[in-house]
Design a protein around this ligand. Structure first.
Ligand SMILES: [Ca+2]
Ligand SMILES: [Ca+2]
Ligand SMILES: [Ca+2]
Length: 270
């Protein structure tokens, strides 16, 4: 039912786009004569510029083709496959630009869910991994997840740095941007990333008790490519962002760290 509603909403957006976009190809990738949710999402991603229609993508229904990070990652988890979770009440927020969106915190007390998997679940729910595109929205989202139950704190080997829920920012996967950890960041929402709130090294002994340089994004520090965005990255819960390895969160196959909640953002009431 929800899926159908999202489909209808998406279709309305599509019609508006088609009215202004000139020639657009609607792909029936499943070749069954129907335009389904995944195909619509693909089309909306093309229209928003998040996908390059002329790229050589072999299977555009594969999330890997428009979330280019998933080559690192095992994302194919369904809500039924998520062992233990609680969906909190959906709340709305209207940002300073007057845009009203809806937000749902998903608590996952077992952790063990990598960034791509959280993004994939959010997409299945009809939304996307939360994208705090403005300073006021970022504060709002942080207040939703400013809860010690949702954050992970490293042991002494990482100077007790704490990290929070994943955010829908990711770095485009291309060699051109890998030489610049701050280049090529995008939102899953398709919006342009104008506002950023990367963690800055403080070493003030209060918010930042980690003697290492915490300024983010720092990409290859430790030898890992860090292309996915999460809250945190110093020794206090703060609304700043860090770049993390895409597999962060997956305790078994990832980096050893995790998080215990993620937020789904919806453009319309779910
Ligand atoms: Ca947003
Ligand atoms: Ca520091
Ligand atoms: Ca980092």
């Amino acid at each position: 039912m929800k899926k159908n509603l999202v489909f209808i909403m998406g279709y309305l957006v599509l019609i508006v786009h088609l009215a202004t976009a000139g020639e657009i190809t609607i792909h029936d990738f499943k070749d069954n004569g129907k335009i389904e949710l995944e195909e619509l999402i693909y089309l909306l991603n093309v229209l928003s510029g998040a996908v390059n229609e002329s790229s050589t993508d072999a299977n555009p229904l594969d999330i890997t083709d428009y979330y280019p990070l998933s080559k690192y990652s095992n994302i194919y988890i369904t809500w039924d496959g998520l062992a233990n979770y609680t969906r909190k009440d959906v709340v709305s927020y209207t940002n300073n630009a007057g845009v009203k969106h809806y937000y749902e915190v998903i608590e996952i007390p077992n952790g063990d869910l990598e960034w791509m998997a959280a993004a994939y679940l959010a997409q299945q729910a009809g939304g996307y991994l939360v994208c705090p595109e403005t300073e006021d929205e970022n504060e709002f989202v942080f207040n939703l997840i400013n809860n010690s139950n949702y954050w992970f704190t490293w042991n002494q080997t990482h100077n007790y740095v704490t990290s929070g829920p994943p955010i829908g920012g990711f770095q485009e996967d291309s060699s051109a941007v890998e030489s610049d950890s701050a280049a090529g960041w995008m939102w899953l929402s398709g919006e342009k990333m104008d506002f950023t709130n990367w963690c800055q090294n403080l070493d003030d002994g209060v918010l930042d008790k980690d003697p290492r340089n915490n300024t983010q994004p720092n990409d290859a520090m430790g030898g890992y490519i860090q292309d996915a965005m999460f809250y945190g990255e110093i020794t206090s819960r703060v609304p700043t962002w860090g770049d993390f390895p895409v597999r962060f969160g997956d305790v078994q196959g990832g980096e050893g760290g995790t998080y215990y909640a993620f937020v789904i953002e919806y453009n319309s009431k779910p």
